[in-house]
Design a protein around this ligand. Structure first.
Ligand SMILES: Cc1ncc(COP(=O)(O)O)c(C=O)c1O
Length: 385
């Protein structure tokens, strides 16, 4: 089977794991967690990183740090993994769903139009005209490595409307934006080190924060909100979210190889683009102008009329050849647990769902495997005997 996105182990993982076993420090607050958080700072947006059990927990904490009240609202793209939406609901807040553009990123124009038509500003906060609820934040999602562009206008707009920016960067570790100021415009960024991500810690996440005070608060909440650890005094409801030293050992070992991974991912994308973009009816999803993607996953965009096969047929034909592909997420505003929430002028998300699939993009993908995938697409799956 050619897998969609398999982890790759470089060999140094075992020695890091061995160290944490020898130290008998396998749970949270270990030295390897600290090194992992620190070394990641080259790639993360905030000046302080907190290692947590996964990116979903990082997102949940980010929303919690806004001190949300019941039913307050967070704007979010419909095209994302359900975890983004769940992090809002875990905080008793409500999502308002938005459309995506052709890079599968939040459609900024619709955000501006929503604010113009559907909100009002009172006593320093934005409110939804329909629900009368406060709008706290927007979660921007960097789908498949494409970075959402936070230009000057957008950041000034969010400031003016008092809307915090949370970045779901689960899939975009190592992606670069040419705007050096971008990182300063983000309030919280959340990264994932799940087994299918660019690099992995088995399971893990990073919440990247702007200042020390926030870091202290996040780490307090993530470790059961202990005010007095000796007498077990808790003044708040916390979580058991801290990253273990065992997981961080794998993460740190992988991080030391990130440059190799980024280089290989770029090559995989280049090889796909070179041949697939010449096939009538197919193309590989582009990146926005200011973004150099980490190319975590390559997205095949299908025009079924021109190509002659639908997305469903292509997924099935690949599977018959032992090749794992994956559909784009079904838009969340149409999903059972979320379809009761407000959505604003969503059109493109459904269109993109119907024409996008993820192609195998693992670090370990070899030339022959990639050739097999491209040849099948070129020959429209007619196997030459
Ligand atoms: C866009 C997005 N957000 C959030 C998550 C959640 O990450 P984790 O599995 O680390 O909780 C993922 C992971 O698959 C993701 O792709």
């Amino acid at each position: 089977m050619i897998k969609l996105s398999e982890p790759f182990f470089f060999g140094n993982e075992l020695s890091f794991l061995k160290k944490s076993l020898e130290d008998k420090w396998i749970s949270s607050n270990g030295n390897i967690v600290k090194s992992f958080e620190k070394k990641l700072q080259r790639y993360t947006t905030g000046d302080y990183n907190l290692g947590v059990i996964n990116c979903t927990a990082a997102l949940q904490l980010a929303v919690r740090l806004l001190n949300p009240k019941k039913d307050e609202e967070i704007l979010v793209p419909s095209i994302t993994f359900a975890a983004t939406i769940n992090s809002i609901l875990y905080n008793n807040c409500k999502p308002v769903f938005f459309d995506c553009d052709n890079f599968l990123l939040l459609d900024k124009k619709k955000i501006y139009s929503f604010f113009e038509k559907n909100t009002y500003f009172k006593n320093g906060y934005s409110y939804n005209k329909k629900t009368k609820k406060k709008i706290l934040a927007i979660i921007v999602v960097n789908t498949f490595g494409n970075l959402f562009d936070i230009d000057k206008n957008f950041s000034a707009f969010c400031k003016k409307k008092n809307i915090k920016i949370i970045e779901d960067a689960a899939e975009s570790l190592g992606s670069i934006n040419y705007d050096k100021q971008r990182r300063n415009k983000i309030d919280f960024s959340c990264y994932s080190f799940n087994g299918n991500k660019l690099i992995t810690s088995g399971g893990g996440g990073i919440l990247s924060l702007k200042n020390k005070k926030q870091h202290i608060k996040a780490s307090y909440l993530a470790s059961q909100a202990k005010n007095d650890a000796i007498n077990f005094i808790h003044n708040d409801v916390g979580y058991n979210f801290m990253l273990s030293n065992l997981h961080a050992s794998i993460g740190l070992a992988q991080l030391l190889n990130i440059k190799k991974v980024l280089k290989k991912k770029k090559n995989i994308n280049f090889a796909y683009k070179k041949r697939i973009n010449k096939i009538n009816g197919l193309k590989i999803l582009d990146s926005p102008e200011k973004c150099s993607s980490n190319y975590w996953l390559n997205i095949l965009v299908i025009d079924s009329k021109k190509y002659g096969l639908s997305k469903k047929e292509i997924i099935k034909k690949f599977l018959n050849q032992g090749i794992e592909t994956r559909s784009l997420w079904y838009p969340n505003h149409l999903q059972k647990p979320f379809n009761k929430f407000q959505s604003y002028q969503i059109k493109n998300s459904k269109t993109m769902f119907e024409c996008c699939i993820c192609l195998p993009s693992s670090y370990g993908l070899n030339n022959n495997q990639q050739l097999k995938i491209v040849n099948l697409l070129e020959n429209r799956f007619k196997i030459k005997k």
